[in-house]
Ligand binder design. Sequence first.
Ligand SMILES: *[C@@H]1O[C@H](CO)[C@@H](O)[C@H](O)[C@H]1NC(C)=O
Ligand SMILES: *[C@@H]1O[C@H](CO)[C@@H](O)[C@H](O)[C@H]1NC(C)=O
Ligand SMILES: *[C@@H]1O[C@H](CO)[C@@H](O)[C@H](O)[C@H]1NC(C)=O
Length: 314
Amino acid sequence: MHSLFTTAALLAPLVAAQIQGHCDPADAVQPNPIGKMNKYKNYKTTGTVNGTVAILPIKLTAARGIIPAQYPILEEQYRAWLPSLAADEYPALLQMEQNHDLYHNGVAAGPSADFNRASISFPFVDRLNDGYSSFLYNQAVIISSAATDTIAQFQTYGGIVAPGFTASCNAYEYENGTANLALPPAQRGIDQAAWANTNTDLSNPSIAYRFDPTASSPYSTDFWRNVTNQPLFSSASNGKCDAVTRLPATKVSKGAFAGVHLEGEVAILKAFYPVKGKTVWSDVFGYKVDQAYFEKPQAKCATLKGFSVVEAPA
Ligand SMILES: *[C@@H]1O[C@H](CO)[C@@H](O)[C@H](O)[C@H]1NC(C)=O
Ligand SMILES: *[C@@H]1O[C@H](CO)[C@@H](O)[C@H](O)[C@H]1NC(C)=O
Ligand SMILES: *[C@@H]1O[C@H](CO)[C@@H](O)[C@H](O)[C@H]1NC(C)=O
């Protein structure tokens, strides 16, 4: 990986976020609505995933430099979803989410299995070289350090997990926060941050963001469903993939909990966007929502051929 981020001093005043790798069920977080359903008992894992996703428009050439060279990028697919994206751009996916109330084959795993996770990944990758099956390439991730099972699982895909991350239980804690991280005045445009690595060693990676609700977004909820449901792979040669299906319409995603479109700014430290140059983005659009999900971990990538949840509008 290239070293990057000439403005590494940006994170100099990093302070420890709340020290808590796991979440307290006493928080006003809704339970997994499908955990006990017979229909899902054959799945290794179900849960809820609550948090923020956003698109970072990056240069297509930069994406090409990060995604393993043997796998084409399905440019026609993402252009069908995002006709307004510039001709030389590609949509990288930022995820900052909390997984809650996990069940394994219908048995509750308890609060200690909850975890927070943040990453930049690269959707619309032709992992099977078949010209149409879209996968999400995600090499590096931040996961709550206490979630050792989840970390071990991610590592079986060949992924890299940043050490020393602790997070609070509030999936949106820093959205409008003011107290956690004060950035230098030279870096205005990003006032607050989230998912700070508790380790103040600048060799450790971080992702920082600030979002506010917006009435108009260039991205549809169907688009968010599409990118967040593409099966994940983490290394070029590893044959294992992770297939997560998010359900958009259970009670954790409705009424008071309906999804919200967001607009904001994002800064990324090294390892998560391994390209020199622009690592601070403004005018980023995102979406926050809680969703129930079911997961097939450790799936053979080849068995996920044609895995599809929602297709781009014709
Ligand atoms: C998602 O997380 C936020 C922040 O912790 C919480 O307020 C909200 O209730 C959660 N959503 C659900 C459906 O539990
Ligand atoms: C952040 O601020 C916006 C606008 O003031 C508000 O609608 C939203 O609910 C706030 N979010 C949180 C998590 O407090
Ligand atoms: C995403 O959209 C593309 C383009 O329509 C489609 O081919 C693909 O199957 C979709 N993937 C998922 C996971 O919905």
